[in-house]
Design a protein around this ligand. Structure first.
Ligand SMILES: Cc1cc2nc3c(=O)[nH]c(=O)nc-3n(C[C@H](O)[C@H](O)[C@H](O)COP(=O)(O)OP(=O)(O)OC[C@H]3O[C@@H](n4cnc5c(N)ncnc54)[C@H](O)[C@@H]3O)c2cc1C
Length: 366
């Protein structure tokens, strides 16, 4: 988000200084792991769809400008029973916004996507426009483009203190102090601690640990994107897990749980080692649903979500601090929105009226 916001503000001619606590290309936040899903028949709420329409244009534009495949259209499958949110709300969003989808029964899924096994009573919503984003390549492109436009990006340079002054904010880091008219906070899982320590506001933004796991398939041909698009599953007990096809032959197929037990972690002190029981849990799940993948564990990694109570984003001025804009609380589904978040935040900095309904994202509700 920080890279997208820096790029958009730089493009509009603003003087931007960006601080990143870690060296470049780090894996301690929320934006690493080589793949993110993009989809439009949005089960999290149909009010996201107008933003997604814009995102699709912006991702296409990013592909063209970078000359790389940062967005790859593959189609996507959303699997579950017809009485739960994933299927019900995906269908509702598709109907309201006329998004091209197909509702598939288990035998049709087995015919078209042979590695997948739907249990009795499960159906799949297939969205042909869904696809995969590459977070590392996107980050690299956005940062380099912003630098070329004159942004000052300071790596390994966390902001330690904020001092509110007349007309703006003074930002303190190991490189000294700068005064800015507008400050955008997009510190991901660190937002809560940072806002609380500096501004005395306690916002309900909960850093939540997730694990990612890569597996070597028995038969690579069954895990290519055309026969194995990105897929999200909602089980009868509400567990949601998701996975991606084989994008590069030696990378493996990635799976992880979207849902997790309640409770937050401290992003500075959490255990970043993936435990045996976490690997066993996802392997057990895959052995049932995608049997030809449930062995062959290659490696695992930790990543962080930042959850809000309603799982909607937090984008807007901080209560009582009109010159500080928060872009956070992305609740494990924000990546696909990065370019449009860049535009929304830049509009806020420029005090333009919002183009979208952002009422669900007001930080004041937290
Ligand atoms: C495993 C996993 C899978 C996901 N899958 C999807 C998906 O398929 N589709 C999708 O749309 N979304 C997905 N998401 C969600 C998406 O990746 C996140 O919403 C998004 O990456 C959040 O980005 P961010 O910039 O808010 O946070 P981060 O990427 O964590 O960035 C915050 C940055 O702030 C820096 N920082 C913190 N404190 C300071 C400070 N004091 N000074 C300077 N810098 C500081 C940190 O070092 C960090 O680099 C997934 C997330 C995870 C973890």
């Amino acid at each position: 988000m920080g890279a997208a916001i820096t790029l958009e503000l730089s493009r509009r001619g603003h003087k931007v200084t960006t601080f990143e606590k870690f060296p470049s290309f780090h894996d301690r936040g929320s934006s690493h792991g080589h793949s993110r899903m993009i989809r439009k028949a949005y089960f999290e709420g149909d009010f996201y769809v107008p933003l997604l329409e814009r995102c699709y244009d912006l991702w296409q534009d990013l592909n063209e400008r970078s000359g790389q495949q940062l967005f790859q259209k593959t189609g996507g499958l959303f699997i579950g029973t017809e009485d739960r949110q994933l299927v019900v709300q995906s269908l509702a969003s598709a109907k309201r916004y006329d998004i091209e989808i197909e509702l598939l029964e288990a035998d049709e899924v087995a015919r078209r996507f042979p590695a997948l096994r739907l249990p009795t009573g499960y159906v799949a919503v297939y969205e042909s426009g869904a696809g995969i984003l590459d977070p590392e390549k996107t980050w690299n492109y956005m940062v380099n483009e912003a630098l070329a436009l004159g942004a000052d990006i300071k790596f390994d340079c966390g902001v330690s203190t904020l001092n509110i002054e007349a007309g703006g904010v003074r930002v303190v880091s190991k490189e000294g102090e700068i005064f800015c008219e507008h400050l955008v906070l997009s510190a991901g899982p660190w937002n809560r601690k940072y806002i609380s320590d500096n501004l005395g506001l306690d916002l309900d933004l909960v850093p939540s640990r997730r694990t990612l796991h890569w597996f070597a398939p028995e038969n690579n041909s069954h895990f290519q994107p055309e026969v194995f698009p990105p897929n999200v599953w909602e089980e009868r007990n509400g567990d949601i897990f998701y996975g991606f096809p084989l994008i590069e032959a030696d990378e493996g197929v990635k799976y992880g749980f979207h849902t997790a037990p309640l409770g937050g972690v401290d992003p500075d002190n959490m255990n970043r080692e993936v435990r045996e029981d976490e690997i066993r849990e996802i392997m057990d799940k895959l052995q049932k649903r995608i049997p030809s993948l449930g062995q062959g564990h290659l490696r695992s990694k930790c990543c962080l979500y930042t959850m809000t109570p309603d799982h909607h984003f937090a984008i807007g001025a901080l209560p009582g601090h009109p010159s500080i804009i928060l872009a956070g609380g992305f609740s494990g589904h924000g990546y696909k929105f990065t370019p449009v978040v860049g535009e929304i935040v830049a509009d806020m900095v420029e005090d333009r009226s919002p183009i979208y309904d952002l009422s669900h994202f007001d930080p004041a509700r937290l």
